[in-house]
Design a protein around this ligand. Structure first.
Ligand code: HEC
Length: 224
């Protein structure tokens, strides 16, 4: 976040200067070509920005560190957006999506009585079971991680929200799933980012996962 703030200040200060220079000297448009696209253009689907919050998505969370201290209540709140399609009670029904009780560590596409897409069935060759990393990748961007899945959900871009949510999923029938040892090579998620739970970018049942997120990222810098 501090990277974003700093950049915004630089950009804000620079913008006025650049504008004045343009008026007076007709400086070439190269200034805009080098600066503006960094902000506007590249965050379409892949969560890769040069600095700041979204960069944390590139590295898998250090589960051994973040899971024991995750906010399960916040995870339950985040599950509200899954609930339209998923029941999580033990022995609960399949809805639009399969029952998720015990899903952490469960074999992919294995819940009895649910008609999985061919894409999800084929995904077994990538992830035989729903590991913490596999769930994290899938929930981040379902259609990107399992191309062709029939889960119509845009994805949760905020790492801390996913950590909390996965801690909640684990608490619902998967508590026996082992938490790995802390791994310093993995980067902890950006602290304080859990507020993004309410971000419109994570809307339920969005047909694709590019548009809403792009809009959210474009709006964000103006808030500072
Ligand atoms: C609009 C409905 C919908 C929403 C919202 C939704 N899902 Fe799903 N989910 C599905 C469907 C449908 C499938 C089956 C996908 C397939 O077969 O391709 C699925 C599959 C899954 C699976 C794989 C389960 C298995 O047995 O292999 C997981 C895990 C999952 N969803 C988690 C979540 C989480 C967590 C959320 C909330 C952040 C969520 N889903 C939101 C519809 C939804």
């Amino acid at each position: 976040m501090s990277g974003d703030l700093k950049w915004n200040k630089i950009f804000g200060a620079g913008l006025g200067t650049v504008f004045a220079i343009l008026v007076v000297q007709q400086v070439s448009g190269a200034i805009f070509r080098t600066e503006a696209p960094e902000k506007m253009g590249y965050f379409v689907d892949a969560p890769e920005t040069p600095a700041g919050g979204a960069a944390a998505v590139e590295l898998a969370p250090d589960w051994g560190t973040v899971l024991p201290v995750a906010d399960i209540a916040a995870g339950e709140a985040a599950f509200a957006r899954c609930q339209a399609c998923h029941d999580i009670a033990a022995g609960g029904p399949n809805k639009i999506g399969p029952n998720l009780n015990g899903v952490v560590g469960r074999a992919v596409a294995s819940h009895a009585g649910f008609a999985y897409s061919d894409a999800m069935k084929a995904h077994v060759s990538v992830d035989p079971t729903w590991t913490l990393d596999a769930l994290d990748h899938f929930i981040t961007a379902p259609q990107r991680y399992v191309a062709g899945t029939k889960m119509s959900f845009a994805g949760l871009r905020d790492t801390q929200t996913r950590v909390n949510l996965i801690a909640y999923l684990r608490s619902q029938g998967s508590a026996g799933f082992p938490v790995p040892a802390p791994d310093p090579a993995r980067q902890p998620p950006v602290a304080g980012a859990a507020d993004a739970t309410a971000a419109p970018a994570d809307g339920v049942a969005a047909p694709t996962d590019g548009v809403a997120d792009t809009a959210a990222v474009q709006v964000a810098p103006a808030a500072h």
